[in-house]
Design a protein around this ligand. Structure first.
Ligand SMILES: CCC/C=C/C(=O)SCCNC(=O)CCNC(=O)[C@H](O)C(C)(C)COP(=O)([O-])OP(=O)([O-])OC[C@H]1O[C@@H](n2cnc3c(N)ncnc32)[C@H](O)[C@@H]1OP(=O)([O-])[O-]
Ligand SMILES: Cc1cc2nc3c(=O)[nH]c(=O)nc-3n(C[C@H](O)[C@H](O)[C@H](O)COP(=O)(O)OP(=O)(O)OC[C@H]3O[C@@H](n4cnc5c(N)ncnc54)[C@H](O)[C@@H]3O)c2cc1C
Length: 651
């Protein structure tokens, strides 16, 4: 029935103020208002339609993405949207595109690593999209090992230029988004060579294509790297390949300021303002061909990755909550078995097995939201300290961003797939939105640092901390708890031995550390004042589910290390079941609090009114395969089979 809210009875059951929860989810009343307005604007504009995406060929999809990006830009200009509103608009347009890397990496890299002069020259052009940039770090032969990059940038003092060159096939830049067909410029990372000496990897601004006719400039071989996982999805993005053949760029196109330490200022209304504010010079090449390096830690050149990883954690809660919203609404609509006296069958959300798979994911979505908020704060804090030449918290910030990026993206990718299974067969349909969401999301486990490689960084940080236990250097911040873990003192002497040999176990330790971070930040959130009837109580239930679910999942580890007894494990399990019952009446309201439009969800199974079956039925008939009753190919391939004429048919 059109116009009827099939989930109204579920919404009536809820025991808390959903509007207040929407504000908690958004982060502030201001953030909610902006997000709500922009999401509705996008949803109501046919120019941003996306329901036909999975039926387009790659070329059609790509061209459609270009059209949408241009249309989004026109909308931003016409409506005079602020930077914050424009970012929200791109988010709700919900299509991987070159603009993600232009705004998310190219501009921040210049802001963070460019000198004042470089910023003055390049940023106005980039902000007006008169140039379009990409971030060209990864190569065919090396991604994780940044120090292993082979592209060279050799300084020529005669002409005051760098010569950018790809000496081998494996040095071809490979993967950068937007590079394949769109970007006019790149931040290219290359091994700096000055006076015959290698000086480590640095970033350079390189023009790739003509601003007149878009043809590649002399010395550039550039193209798309080909189809990626999932039919539509991430194929809207032109990930590219690039080779340099002795390309010359002026000396002033080497990024010579510090890394990407952009200050995140959060005034009282919690409006996020991005301001570049650190002016440390990490290294410099003079016109005489002298390489100068300051005494600040060289790790500052990794700042871009620190910044982007922090944003990826915030994005994880968006992707997971979206999948959970679809699976929860559909689980309340779907009925199987259990009909009594001809009454309706049981809603699948009432099965304890469904709850035990779904509700921990719901709790995770909220948990990742709050740890993402905290990580933003941590990043702002480290940038402020760097301003005062205090580098002491940089290793902790690196461990937190790397570890939480790894933990949240792995859990989100797995969670989306679990949500697909929770929707049974219909979850496999593209119209459920889940296959595309998974295909678009899953590379987050690889880009911006492969997840295991990042966990090894966390493990290294933890082992370094353990090795210092008992010394005058006391662990503080997120590792302060380590002084309280007695047996760590005993293993202190052994930690320097066999890191590589024990790395698989150390990665598990790193995951446990990151889980502890997520749980503790959820608990800290609950210690704040949270307005709205019943809101805090609901969050307490979710926090307990998150923590106890982890304890239940890893009870073998907890039992074998004597941290809990079998009785504790059984109690935790009982408590978990009781918590699921408490969430049940509030489940639909808890996903409504994400405030997603049907357009953004892009899922018939997750539509707000729960009117799933008529919509699925209608959508099936719109599939291009149903345009004709008898399919193309019938006369050539089906009829000869049926008529036993296969031997004489021309196939
Ligand atoms: C929309 C999608 C767009 C996608 C875009 C992309 O994917 S773009 C491409 C994205 N690509 C990637 O993400 C590539 C992933 N790879 C990497 O990030 C690095 O190669 C590495 C961290 C794995 C190794 O680094 P390394 O070869 O230098 O070796 P090392 O391990 O010996 O570390 C030396 C020291 O530096 C420290 N430190 C390290 N990082 C940071 C940091 N960010 N901050 C602060 N500190 C950091 C580390 O703790 C250590 O400190 P210690 O112990 O000496 O005090
Ligand atoms: C969709 C997508 C978009 C991307 N966009 C960009 C972009 O815009 N710009 C850009 O520069 N790059 C981009 N990348 C590249 C991305 O950053 C790299 O793929 C990523 O950093 C992983 O590096 P790799 O491919 O070299 O993986 P590898 O390092 O080759 O990983 C392969 C396997 O080796 C393991 N491994 C590697 N090193 C170690 C170690 N030390 N110890 C134990 N195990 C190890 C890993 O765990 C993994 O299992 C993108 C990638 C994807 C998929």
């Amino acid at each position: 029935m059109e116009g009827v809210d099939h989930l109204a009875h579920e919404r009536n059951k809820s025991e808390f103020d959903v509007d207040a929860m929407k504000i908690v989810w958004a982060g502030s009343p201001h953030a909610f208002v902006v997000s709500d307005r922009i999401s509705k604007l996008v949803a109501s504009d046919p120019g941003f339609r996306k329901d036909n995406r999975s039926t387009l060929s790659r070329k059609e999809l790509f061209k459609n993405t270009l059209r949408k990006a241009a249309y989004a830009w026109k909308t931003i200009i016409d409506l005079h949207l602020s930077e914050e509103e424009a970012a929200k608009l791109r988010f709700y347009v919900d299509e991987p595109a070159f603009t993600d890397v232009h705004w998310g990496m190219f501009i921040p890299a210049i802001k963070g690593q460019g000198t004042e002069e470089q910023q003055q020259k390049w940023l106005p052009l980039a902000y007006k999209m008169q140039i379009i940039g990409c971030y060209a770090q990864t190569e065919l032969g090396h991604g994780s090992n940044v120090q292993g990059l082979e592209t060279t940038a050799t300084f020529d003092p005669q002409t005051d230029e760098f010569i950018i060159h790809s000496p081998t096939l494996t040095s071809s830049k490979w993967w950068p988004g937007g590079l394949g067909k769109v970007a006019t410029h790149a931040i290219a990372y290359a091994l700096l060579i000055v006076g015959g000496r290698e000086q480590g990897v640095h970033g350079f601004i390189v023009q790739l294509r003509s601003l007149e006719d878009h043809s590649p400039l002399p010395g550039m071989t550039v193209g798309d790297i080909g189809m990626k996982f999932g039919n539509g999805a991430y194929n809207a993005m032109d990930n590219g390949v690039l080779r340099f053949d002795h390309v010359r760029i002026p000396r002033n196109q080497m990024l010579m300021r510090c890394a990407q330490y952009t200050c995140l200022c959060m005034p009282s209304d919690a409006k996020l303002i991005l301001e570049p504010c650190i002016l440390i010079r990490v290294s410099q090449v003079t016109c005489e061909g002298k390489y100068k390096q300051s005494d600040v830690p060289r790790q500052l050149v990794y700042g871009a990755m620190l910044y982007v990883r922090q944003t990826i954690v915030a994005d994880a809660s968006c992707a997971l909550s979206r999948a959970v919203c679809i699976a929860t609404r559909y689980s309340a609509v779907r009925r199987q078995f259990g009909s009594q006296n001809g009454g309706p069958e049981t809603q699948v959300i009432d099965y304890k097995t469904q709850q035990s798979r779904l509700f921990p994911l719901l709790a995770s979505a909220y948990a990742f939201r709050f740890v993402g908020e905290w990580l933003k704060w941590l990043y702002a804090d480290v940038t402020q300290r760097l301003q005062a030449n205090d580098f002491s918290t940089l290793p902790e910030a690196h461990a937190c961003t790397a570890g939480l990026k790894s933990l949240t993206t792995t859990a989100t990718a797995d969670g989306i797939e679990e949500c697909r299974k929770l929707c049974g067969g219909h979850g496999y349909l593209c119209s459920s939105g889940l296959p595309e969401l998974f295909a678009v999301y899953v590379p987050a486990c690889t880009y911006e640092g492969e997840n295991t490689v990042l966990l090894l960084q966390v493990a290294r940080f933890l082992m370094k901390t353990v090795s210092q236990l008992g010394s005058s250097k006391k662990p503080v911040g997120t590792i302060a708890y380590m002084t309280r873990v007695e047996h760590l003192m005993q293993c202190r002497c052994g930690v320097q031995r066999g890191f590589a040999e024990l790395s698989a176990d150390l990665v598990e330790a790193a995951v446990a550390h990151c889980q502890l971070l997520v749980v503790s930040k959820f608990i800290e959130k609950l210690q704040q004042e949270i307005p709205g009837k019943g809101v805090k109580q609901q969050l307490e239930v979710l926090c307990n589910i998150y923590a106890l679910f982890l304890l239940h999942k890893h009870q073998g580890d907890f039992l074998s290390t004597g941290c809990i007894t079998p009785k504790h494990a059984a109690l935790a399990n009982d408590e978990l079941r009781s918590l699921y019952s408490q969430v049940r009446p509030n489940a639909i309201a808890l996903v409504d609090a994400f405030n997603y439009t049907d357009h953004y969800l892009g899922s018939i199974l997750g539509c707000y009114d729960g009117n799933v079956y008529p919509k699925l039925y209608e959508a099936a008939w719109k599939d291009p395969l149903n345009e004709s009753v008898v399919p193309d190919g019938y006369h050539q391939y089906i009829r000869p089979l049926l008529k036993q004429e296969i031997r004489t048919a021309r196939l």
